[in-house]
Design a protein around this ligand. Structure first.
Ligand SMILES: NC(=O)c1ccc[n+]([C@@H]2O[C@H](COP(=O)([O-])OP(=O)(O)OC[C@H]3O[C@@H](n4cnc5c(N)ncnc54)[C@H](O)[C@@H]3O)[C@@H](O)[C@H]2O)c1
Length: 349
């Protein structure tokens, strides 16, 4: 892969993936990062990458919903592989305003598939990054496998399910060399503070309430973002064309236990010594509409075929994550105040 188009590279997982590819993996080609810089995209996540890898890293501010622009980029940069992260990704936002999810997640994916089809002679791989939420909710037992029927319950998961079907269909119909991954909940550096773990870290550090939906007993399988990046790269290089792979951390946890773990880690910080336990800030709020009860992943296929398994335990991953947020107060401040968006306006008019 010499010219790898990455969409959504300024978001949480995309920016971790670009750091991983250039700093740690055996990738030696050029990355073309296409991102429209919505509220969730922060090019400051990659400033250091631009400085260090100027020759093999290109950033393009563009919207995947713009069909002609996408087709032109494939030609201009001689794209031979795609890793598609760009999406509207926050379930709560999809409940309030689903339209953008339909456009980006479905129509945007369709545009990339069409551009890929036109460019098919050169295309080695189109990898689509998706979520375990497409499978719906589990009862107390069982795990999602690659053959679990789709049963999405939110506009977000329905839009991702739709894009998964399109990607698969382009393999069956046109022979496009696709792979798909369905991953569990990620956490780690650069995650936008609307998501559970960074929200709880920041609120707990600032003595603010820690809002938890419903009874707090909803279960998710948590995966450190670095492990997700390694899995995606393994699938891109060695995964079988036309196949789907589930990715999971093998670490199921109730939301309340996640928050309690974060509280306990923060309580142990020297600057928190004289403060009451962070657990006193926990505040149960009205449940999310259509809130799935439990997700759990069987990542056996990925382990067996590609010898991938998560390297971080939840304990080690959450400590790293907390450490990262504590070490990056100006990143947090610029998100909180919106300064990162002023910077975008200045640099990418
Ligand atoms: N975060 C998770 O726990 C998780 C788990 C499994 C799968 N996923 C999937 O991984 C992918 C990345 O998730 P994330 O958490 O990094 O999301 P994110 O919201 O942090 O980042 C999304 C990125 O896509 C960009 N984007 C949005 N709309 C665009 C458009 N129309 N054109 C170009 N760029 C656009 C945004 O600017 C942002 O940089 C998504 O496809 C998501 O469904 C996420």
């Amino acid at each position: 892969m010499e010219n790898l188009l990455i969409t959504g590279g300024c978001g949480f997982i995309g920016s971790n993936f670009i750091h991983y590819l250039l700093d740690e993996s055996d990738f030696t080609g050029r990355i073309i990062n296409v991102d429209s810089l919505t509220y969730a995209g922060n090019p400051e996540n990659l400033l250091e990458i631009e400085e260090r890898y100027g020759d093999c890293y290109v950033f393009i501010k563009a919207d995947i919903c713009h069909k002609e622009r996408m087709a032109a980029l494939f030609e201009e940069y001689d794209v031979d592989s795609v890793c598609h992260f760009a999406a509207e990704s926050h379930v709560d936002r999809s409940i309030v305003e689903p339209g953008a999810f339909i456009q980006t997640n479905i129509v945007g994916t369709f545009n990339l598939l069409e551009a890929s089809r036109k460019h098919q002679a050169k295309l080695k791989r189109f990898h689509h990054v998706s979520t375990d939420e497409v499978f719906g909710s589990l009862g107390p037992e069982g795990l999602f496998t690659e053959t679990t029927p789709y049963r999405p319950n939110s506009p977000y998961s329905a839009s991702k399910a739709s894009s998964d079907h399109l990607v698969r269909a382009y393999h069956e119909t046109y022979g496009l060399p696709i792979t798909i991954s369905n991953c569990s909940n990620n956490y780690g550096p650069f995650q936008f503070p609307e998501k559970l773990i960074p929200l709880m870290i920041l609120n707990a550090m600032e003595d603010r309430p820690l809002p938890i939906y419903g009874d707090g007993l909803n279960v998710r399988d948590w995966l450190y973002v670095g492990d997700h990046c390694k899995a995606v790269w393994a699938i891109m290089k060695r995964g079988r064309r036309g196949e789907t792979y589930n990715i999971g951390g093998n670490h199921e946890m109730e939301n309340i236990r996640i928050v309690e773990t974060i509280c306990d880690l923060i309580d142990d910080l020297p600057e928190m010594k004289h403060k009451p336990s962070r657990r006193t800030l926990i505040n149960f709020v009205k449940d999310r509409l259509g809130h799935d009860r439990r997700y759990a992943i069987d990542a056996g296929k990925l382990q067996k075929e590609l010898e991938w398994s998560p390297e971080e335990s939840f304990q080690s991953g959450i400590k790293k994550t907390l450490g990262w947020y504590l070490e990056h107060p100006s990143w947090i401040e610029r998100i909180r105040t919106g300064a990162y968006q002023d910077w975008i306006l200045e640099h990418y008019r």
